[in-house]
Design a protein around this ligand. Structure first.
Ligand SMILES: *Cc1c(COP(=O)(O)O)cnc(C)c1O
Length: 370
């Protein structure tokens, strides 16, 4: 049996390799390897796509989150509320600023932060909320913005897995104060290396983001802040410029794939398997099912034996990571998150995944769990 990988980023190169080669060679010949027009054009095109006024490119999604908080003056003594069920960078960047991550449990059906629990976690020190649009699905931004406004908190959206996703028709990354995106190769808009972007409606915040990404220096060799070196390479900008016009098509393909998985799994009627809730506006970075408690690792191993490779995002919640021992969280603090971490399994998902491959994934799952 052929291997079905969890993602396959080389397929995009097979589709549009000629255009990517041409764009890359142009940058190589130009000698403009850092900054320049390619980067600023891509920033404008990306901001237009999101519907935001300003796009500021940087070196990764991680840097985007860190720079966004620095631009909003978040640091020592502050608290930032986020989800314990996300990639480590969401909380890591809060800690990098000197602020403290404060976790709030998730909802089982959306995998996103539970709105009903946020207000109880707000203290005098809370400065911001970082919603994470996990697996491509938007947080309920109407409710989140209402809570933030009521308590005068900033909102930094972690859109790393949700480029192109919408909430009530509005693109994520254009709702809070700053939207932070990743161009890591497996993200919905993936580059050929690392890359990131911040979007904001505020000219003032955009200006500060630009200063911070280049050594805190508004003018070369004059430094106003401790910043960093976090630029998007011209080469990556040129490649992403080629890919951006395809993003809506690729996201539509991901939607079709998720609908097909859900229909196939419903027909298969597999005991102890829960399919992800349908959600208009999701861009399905992952299609994640929940398996009956205690069976998940066995199912993953059995699938691997049939040459179907799945992923576990994420096996250990952030509040139980060893690095956060000092924060004082313990097991059973967030029951939904902890249960979900034991049960999630992300099935193969990429725009080019074929219907027959999906059928094989589902029939193999049925054989294992019947
Ligand atoms: C990928 C990811 C990041 C970090 O992006 P990088 O470009 O890999 O630094 C942050 N948050 C979430 C939720 C992610 O999935």
């Amino acid at each position: 049996m052929n291997k079905i990988p969890p993602f396959d980023v080389s397929q995009q190169y097979q589709q549009i390799g000629d255009r990517l080669n041409k764009a890359a060679l142009e940058v190589l010949a130009s000698g403009q390897y850092i900054g320049g027009q390619t980067v600023s054009q891509f920033e404008t095109e990306f901001a237009n796509y999101i519907g935001s006024h300003h796009g500021v490119a940087c070196n990764s999604g991680t840097d985007a989150l860190y720079l966004a908080m620095r631009a909003l003056d978040i640091g020592e003594g502050d608290e930032v509320i986020t989800s314990p069920f996300t990639f480590f960078a969401s909380a890591e960047t809060i800690s990098m600023t000197g602020a403290k991550p404060v976790f709030v449990d998730i909802e089982a059906h959306s995998f996103n932060i539970n709105m009903d629990l946020i207000e109880a976690a707000i203290t005098d020190r809370t400065k911001a909320i970082m919603p994470v649009h996990l697996f491509g699905r938007s947080v309920d931004m109407t409710r989140l913005m209402a809570i933030a406004q009521k308590h005068h908190l900033y909102v930094i959206e972690d859109c790393a897995q949700a480029t192109g996703a919408t909430f009530n028709g509005q693109k994520v990354g254009n709702i809070g104060d700053v939207g932070c995106f990743s161009f890591y190769p497996t993200k919905n808009l993936g580059g050929c290396g690392d890359g990131g972007m911040m979007t904001t409606k505020s000219a003032e915040v955009a200006e500060k983001l630009k200063i911070l990404r280049e050594h805190g220096s508004p003018k070369r060799y004059y430094h106003e802040y401790i910043g960093m070196n976090s630029r998007l390479d011209s080469l990556q900008a040129a490649l992403l410029q080629v890919k951006l016009p395809y993003l809506d098509k690729w996201n539509a393909q991901r939607r079709e794939i998720s609908d097909r998985y859900t229909a196939l799994l419903k027909d298969a009627n597999i005991p102890n398997l829960v399919t992800p809730h349908h959600c208009t506006g999701s861009v399905w970075n992952q299609y994640t099912v929940c398996i009956g408690a205690g069976k998940r690792d066995y199912v993953q191993t059995q699938l691997r034996e049939q040459n179907i490779i799945t992923m576990i995002y994420y096996p250990l919640p952030l509040h139980l990571q060893s690095v956060y021992k000092h924060l004082g969280y313990k097991k059973c603090d967030f029951l939904v998150t902890e249960d979900i971490c034991d049960r999630v399994l992300s099935l193969p998902m990429f725009p080019e995944l074929a219907a027959e491959q999906q059928e094989r994934v589902v029939s193999t799952l049925k054989d294992i769990l019947k």
